[in-house]
Design a protein around this ligand. Structure first.
Ligand code: M6R
Length: 353
């Protein structure tokens, strides 16, 4: 049931406020000012964390690893298909976290099984109750996004981001009151983005571009990768995501006046300043710049278009910026008449290695 939307993808993008509220429900303890994950009541872990995941879930894993490191936990993200427990240090102090919305992705299951054999504790972060990952892992954290029909992962990515933020507050430094409030505010801010977005106009402007580039740093780096993946898979157009600092190490050669660059910039600290430096580099090559920003910095001066998000810091900002990029990809694909819910050559759940 598409509830009046033309595609499941658009419906699921609009379901994100609800999905995120469900992800948070009962998991914030106001009295204690703490995150309380009942799913993980019997997980007591102090060692390093390794994430394994594929595709969109890998982007969530990169985000999760960054968040865990910020919370003081040693954490790394691996592509499940490249993960080999005999080539990374792993022992019974290691927690290996499979991020998989379906819980059935063959590469991720293989990596988790290998990690378990090597003595690691395993945790599935999944949307699917009683999936293989949930059944096989020592622990399971449900993201509670609700069913997702569109092949392109949208609300499951946002819910993974939020669930991994909760996990970081559980395994690492606990949250401040402000951080808890900020988490709780995210669903409402996603709604604001959905109500105010100019993504359709941006898509109309750039539907005929040669290629689309996405840049970001820190929490926004995985969002740049995810923005590009969404664009590729549903529009069949060339799109690439880069860590903003990497542009000048090669990809800048591809930048022309026909390659819009989507730059995610929040706040006005060091990270923002550096990304703005990269924005100036592409602007000097006449590339159109679309800034996804909270307006805290002067990036808008160098941008041809602005996709605004509320000012909520880098963590929440990355969730909100991603929603804008989902919508740009959706509208480009829509204008091109693509098979949005079932892109060619792709399956919702990839059960072969
Ligand atoms: O079910 P999983 O999260 O393990 O799936 C992994 C990838 O196949 C998946 O995230 C894929 O990249 C997305 N559907 C793309 O939108």
């Amino acid at each position: 049931e598409k509830s009046g939307y033309d595609h499941y993808m658009l419906k699921e993008i609009h379901e994100q406020p609800k999905a995120l509220r469900q992800c948070l429900r009962g998991r914030i303890d106001d009295l204690d000012g703490a995150v309380d994950l009942e799913d993980l009541a019997d997980l007591d872990h102090e060692g390093p964390v390794q994430f394994v995941a594929c595709g969109t879930s890998y982007h969530a894993a990169l985000f999760g690893a960054e968040r865990l490191r910020e919370a003081g936990v040693r954490a790394q993200a691996f592509l499940a298909s490249e993960y080999a427990s005999d080539r990374v240090p792993i022992d019974d102090e290691t927690l290996v976290v499979g991020v998989t919305q379906s819980g059935e992705t063959a590469d991720t299951l293989r990596a988790l099984r290998e990690a378990a054999r090597a003595g690691a504790t395993t945790l599935a972060v999944t949307n699917t109750v009683a999936s293989s990952a949930a059944r096989e892992c020592d622990h399971t954290l449900y993201i509670r996004a609700g069913p997702e029909i569109g092949v392109a992962a949208t609300k499951t990515f946002a819910s993974q981001q939020l669930a991994l933020a909760l996990l970081a507050f559980t395994l690492g430094d606990g949250p401040t009151r402000e951080e808890l409030e900020a988490l709780r505010d995210i669903p409402g801010q996603v709604r604001t983005v959905l109500e105010t977005t100019d993504a359709r106009a941006v898509a109309e402007e750039y539907v005929d571009a040669d290629a689309y580039f996405f840049i970001g740093r820190g929490y926004h780096y995985p969002v740049a990768l995810e923005g590009a993946l969404k664009m590729k898979e549903i529009t069949y157009r060339h799109a690439e995501g880069f860590a903003a600092g990497e542009l000048k190490h090669g990809p800048l050669a591809l930048v022309t006046e026909d390659t819009p660059v989507f730059a995610v910039v929040t706040g006005d600290g060091e990270t923002a300043r550096k990304t703005i430096g990269n924005v100036k580099e592409v602007e000097a090559r006449d590339a159109p710049v679309v800034a996804i920003t909270d307006g805290e910095s002067d990036v808008t001066r160098y941008a041809d278009h602005v996709l605004e998000i509320p000012a909520v810091g880098d963590l929440g900002g990355s969730v909100l910026a991603n929603v804008q990029l989902q919508l740009v990809a959706y509208w480009v694909a829509n204008l091109l008449g693509r098979s949005i819910d079932k892109p060619r050559n792709l399956a919702k759940s990839v059960t072969v290695e």
